[in-house]
Design a protein around this ligand. Structure first.
Ligand SMILES: Nc1ncnc2c1ncn2[C@@H]1O[C@H](COP(=O)(O)OP(=O)(O)O)[C@@H](O)[C@H]1O
Ligand SMILES: [Mg+2]
Length: 299
């Protein structure tokens, strides 16, 4: 994988203060710093932002791998930074101790004058007061609760109190007297019915869920071409068509990570095979690899 061509094309690119070595992120979610490489979600973003303007909590629901975390981190957060004056953000996952994790996320970001320990205690004893303190902090606060489904691991007797306490906080956010605290949730769709069995979680989420759509072909085209364009790379039309044909033939929800993985592979194959420092990804570069999508379906 070494050599001049590879080194040349793989020279890290700078967008603002962020540095990227590849236009495609692979199997993992996009991070906020990678917003410049995040394409294809304009319509979805605008729909979620509209819902979030009206509601204090919005839950983005979809399959694992449908792009929920990426949408939040690389799409919504950058947009919310632009649209709000001095917004503050925290990102957490429930894990085994959602209330403690929430207190930790808030305490370490110094959004209030309370310590993590004080926040942790107050969140459990008086969720309304807890939310009131947050909503009267001098900022618009956006919290991301990624993978809410982790809550449902806490349904056993010894962890149920933690689960209830966290749901009570979400409930208190829906009753807050101002709109300064907003929560964006991601949750796997196959856990949606579980919400009916946990306190008021169903009521909290009713009217506040957004089912993440599958990308259309034209959006997928943007996902392929946008990042390449940022790197000054042309992707041959025939290659794009071939990828789209392959991806559209995959009905299961894994199509997106598979596509990302394949794009990363193609990028490596193509950049490695051009001794002159490739500026174009061609179908010829990857033809010999047959359908990378097919090859990777069972990865
Ligand atoms: N807009 C996008 N363009 C290209 N790939 C994307 C996009 N959004 C997500 N992906 C890719 O899809 C896969 C799943 O994304 P992720 O955000 O982790 O989904 P989820 O949180 O729903 O499991 C990852 O490989 C990610 O890089
Ligand atoms: Mg995720």
């Amino acid at each position: 994988m070494k050599g001049d061509a590879f080194e040349k094309v793989m020279t890290p690119h700078n967008f603002g203060s962020n540095i990227f070595v590849s236009p495609y992120v692979g199997l993992r979610p996009f991070y906020e710093e990678e917003a410049a490489l995040f394409f294809g979600r304009d319509k979805t973003l605008s729909d979620v932002l509209t819902l979030l303007e009206a509601e204090p909590i919005v839950a983005i629901i979809g399959h694992s791998g449908s792009g929920k975390s990426s949408l939040i981190l690389a799409g919504l957060i950058p947009q919310l930074r632009i649209r709000n004056e001095q917004p503050r953000f925290f990102v957490m996952r429930p894990g085994h101790a959602p209330v403690s994790n929430l207190a930790e996320a808030l305490g370490t970001s110094e959004i209030t004058h309370l310590s993590t320990t004080e926040l942790n205690a107050l969140a459990r004893t008086d969720p309304d007061q807890f939310v009131q303190i947050l909503s009267h902090a001098d900022c618009q606060l956006f919290g991301v609760v990624d993978q809410l489904e982790e809550l449902f691991l806490l349904k056993h007797a010894d962890t149920r109190e933690e689960l209830k306490a966290f749901v009570n906080i979400l409930d208190a956010i829906t009753r807050a007297d101002n709109q300064n605290v907003r929560i964006i949730i991601s949750m796997r769709g196959d856990f949606l019915v579980e919400c009916s069995s946990v306190g008021r979680l169903a009521e909290i989420l009713n009217g506040r869920t957004f089912l993440i759509p599958r990308f259309t072909s034209s959006e997928l085209r943007k996902c392929i071409l946008g990042p390449a364009d940022k790197f000054g790379i042309i992707v041959e039309q025939e290659l794009v068509d071939r990828i789209l044909t392959d991806v559209n033939a995959v009905l299961d929800p894994d199509y997106l990570p598979i596509m990302q993985h394949c794009l990363g592979q193609m990028w490596r194959v193509a950049t490695n095979s051009h001794s002159d420092g490739a500026a174009t990804l061609t179908y010829g570069d990857v033809q010999s690899k047959k359908s990378l999508i097919d090859k990777n379906k069972n990865m």
